[in-house]
Design a protein around this ligand. Structure first.
Ligand SMILES: [Zn+2]
Length: 185
């Protein structure tokens, strides 16, 4: 699932389960949505900057070409992606590891309890949603880097026909329902 969708679905989930809590605890909302984007953000941002820095070497002329190359490489050409940006692939497995997630949650529980629940819910929802929506190279490796065990998901979301169309349509329907029920967001 794309990065904004992770934050938007987390918002829908929180608003549906605990609307009053969300209304009165804005920092919780902010940080949980930030953490919902985190696993992809910390992988995609350096990956994109690395391509931008070597755009001449890669023969890319415009920002549009850089974006298209970045998307195509890690969505459709995983072997080349692994060969050109091995650190980015590792960073992605690391940021999507349930082992790393539990480890950070324990640290936050002691070091910064205020961020514990936003992290557990935001980051956790991202990892759970990604499990069925990645297969093959990007299948979830829950215990990375300690184990290479993978959970083969259903299908990579970007290879599902019209996925984005239905995803955003469903999000729009959920938002309309939530706005109607709660008289606003
Ligand atoms: Zn992800």
């Amino acid at each position: 699932m794309d990065l904004p969708s992770h934050a938007l679905w987390t918002y829908v989930l929180e608003k549906a389960v605990a609307p009053e809590f969300i209304k009165t605890h804005r920092p919780f909302l902010f940080f949980s949505l930030l953490f919902a984007a985190f696993p992809d953000l910390i992988t995609d941002a350096p990956y994109f900057i690395a391509i931008l820095c070597s755009k001449n070497k890669l023969g890319l002329k415009s920002l549009k070409e850089v974006l298209n190359f970045a998307y195509d490489l890690n969505h459709n050409r995983s072997l080349e992606y692994e060969a050109l940006f091995p650190w980015s692939a590792r960073l992605g497995f690391f940021s999507h590891s349930f082992g790393v997630y539990f480890f950070i949650a324990i640290i936050l529980n002691f070091a910064c309890p205020l961020l514990f629940w936003p992290f557990v819910i935001g980051y956790g929802s991202h990892l759970l949603i990604d499990v069925p929506l990645h297969r093959g190279y990007f299948s979830s490796q829950p215990f990375y880097p300690f184990s290479q065990l993978t959970i083969p998901g259903w299908k990579d979301w970007y290879h599902i026909r019209n996925f984005q169309k239905y995803n955003y349509l469903l999000l729009a329907v959920c938002f309309i329902i939530l706005i109607t029920i709660n008289h606003g967001l």
